[in-house]
Write a protein that binds this ligand. Structure first.
Ligand code: URA
Length: 208
């Protein structure tokens, strides 16, 4: 898919998310938070769920955790406009409680379709909820900073920036894990060149 087509389908998806009433969070939210970033982003960051600031602004990672994410990106000479930022669920759970399994299930296909449109080289999972999508039954303290190669993408689990805000040891771990990202991306680029273009099956194309 050309990046222009991906942009159109990402914009359409965002509109769908803004109208979504698939679960109870649709009634409680101020704004849905579809995600944002360039359609040709090589790296996608996946957080957990919008918090207070994200719910007010309709944009991901714009509160204190977002400031830390921007600091971490700056360590490796990236800005937030260089990457795509999304969440497992697109609406804020009341009082920032953990997302419920039913809410995660209701929202799942939005993120699936975003990833299908973006086709990134690296997916960085921020925290345990997004990690659980790709590393089920694993513990973040054990696997953070260890990339796993999928068929056409590398999955890279790291701690959630919000967890690191008040815990210096987690912040150090997060910084060390971010510093490894450029090499992981470079390897994913080289592996991507070696792979043949993957055909998207027609039944998945219909979802885009
Ligand atoms: N925490 C998240 O997981 N996502 C956001 O968008 C903001 C904070």
């Amino acid at each position: 898919m050309e990046s222009g087509d991906a942009k159109i389908s990402l914009d359409q998806l965002a509109e769908e998310v803004r109208r979504c009433q698939r679960c109870g969070l649709g009634k409680a939210r101020t704004r849905a938070v579809p995600g944002e970033g360039p359609a040709n982003a090589e790296i996608v960051f996946i957080g957990e769920a919008p918090g207070y600031h994200e719910d007010r602004q309709g944009r991901p990672f714009v509160g204190p955790a977002g400031l830390l994410l921007e600091e971490l990106l700056a360590l490796i000479r990236l800005r937030r406009n260089d990457v795509y930022i999304a969440n497992v669920i697109k609406c804020r759970p009341p009082m920032n409680r953990d997302p419920l399994p039913t809410e995660i299930a209701a929202c799942q296909d939005y993120l699936d379709r975003q990833l299908l449109a973006l086709r990134p080289l690296v997916i960085v999972t921020l925290g345990r909820f997004s990690m659980a999508r790709y590393f089920p039954n694993q513990s973040i303290s054990r696997i953070h900073g260890s990339p796993r190669r999928g068929e056409s993408v590398v999955y890279y689990p790291v701690y959630h920036p919000a967890a690191a805000l008040h815990q210096p040891s987690l912040k150090q771990a997060l910084e060390a894990d971010f510093r490894k990202l450029p090499v992981i991306l470079e390897e994913a680029r080289s592996a991507g060149k070696a792979l043949p273009e993957v055909e998207i099956p027609p039944e998945q194309l219909r979802l885009l």
